[in-house]
Design a protein around this ligand. Structure first.
Ligand code: BV8
Length: 253
């Protein structure tokens, strides 16, 4: 059985469920996970060494090209059944807060309306000095393009290592983790902080913690339910189990 009955019941009676996703949720769409995101030219570099202000300062063109390469992949992929199942959960359950570490925007493209983008969004760019949003669609030859207002290099609108999580996103995520009764942690190696600590905040307040992953992570030992497998398989199974429970409740009144 993919989904234990007790978990279905816990979700069905939840008043506030949080879903925390990592790059494993986008893997079945063809987006390399963060620790796989090093193929070919980038194989020699660790993301932690590329996704930093120092790397951009040192060689803005090189970092810009890495993001252009990633944007190119994201532009060609589609949401997968895991993303679609999360949209279904948002409609089936009374209250769902979706927090994503992913920067690919696939949750929004699948139909999730309220997404807390904990690490920003690779499809948006901003001035590296003023942090105002910049449309780069027409400026392909400069790497990176200059800000049209002040001429400073434009950068991706993501949170680099060593940078603070956007205050509004951090506040909303902490509040959701503290107030939920179930948290699904999906497709994350739980290595990156402070995102990974959201699970501890939730379980410390008595939430049921559910991990969906292909591998064990630092969260596995503290999870109430560990569902090993692909998010594109497990999440649709969760939706089906909730619908069956709904039907059952409907039949039995
Ligand atoms: C900050 C945007 C402070 C950029 C990213 C303790 C507390 C606070 C900070 C730290 C701390 N300890 C260390 C730190 C520093 C650092 C950190 O966490 N370092 C790590 C490497 C140890 N944290 C920070 O710097 C953060 N900032 O703390 O600032 C501060 C405060 C005030 C003022 C100034 C500063 C900022 C971190 C944000 C970094 N930016 N992304 C970009 O994308 O280019 S993080 C990056 O990693 C991605 O967003 C990604 O989502 C994230 C986490 O990785 P995962 O999503 O987990 O991906 P991964 O590949 O690791 O794992 C994939 C998983 O999926 C695997 O488990 C796999 O088994 C599974 N999987 C694969 N396929 C499937 C699947 N599961 C299910 N189904 C499948 N099909």
């Amino acid at each position: 059985m993919l989904v234990p009955d007790a978990l279905t019941r816990a979700l069905a009676v939840s008043s506030h469920a949080v879903i925390l996703t990592g790059s494993g949720t986008s893997a079945e769409s063809g987006v390399p996970t963060f620790r796989e995101a090093r193929t070919g030219l980038w194989a020699r570099f660790r993301p932690e060494d590329l996704a930093t202000p120092a790397a951009f300062e040192r060689d803005p063109g090189f970092v810009w090209d890495w993001y252009e390469w990633r944007r190119g992949i994201v532009a060609t992929v589609e949401p997968n059944p895991g993303h679609t199942a999360i949209v279904a959960l948002e409609r089936l359950l009374p209250r769902v807060t979706l927090i994503t570490q992913n920067v690919d925007g696939l949750h929004q493209r699948a139909g999730s309306a309220n997404v807390i983008e904990f690490h920003g969004n690779i499809m948006r760019s901003k001035c590296s000095i003023e942090h105002c949003s910049v449309d780069i669609s027409g400026d392909a030859d400069r790497r990176p393009p200059p800000c049209p207002n002040c001429g400073a290099p434009v950068r991706p609108d993501v949170v680099w290592f060593g940078e603070a999580i956007p205050p509004a996103a951090l506040e909303a995520a902490l509040a959701a983790a503290a107030g939920c009764d179930v948290m699904l942690v999906v497709g994350t190696s739980a290595q990156v902080q402070p995102a990974a600590s959201l699970a501890g905040h939730a379980s410390a307040r008595g939430a049921v913690l559910v991990e969906i992953n292909l591998e064990a992570t630092p969260l596995t030992a503290s999870a109430d339910y560990v569902l090993p497998g692909k998010s594109g398989v497990i999440l649709p199974a969760l939706v089906e189990s909730l619908r069956d429970a709904d039907d059952l409740r409907g039949r039995t009144g």
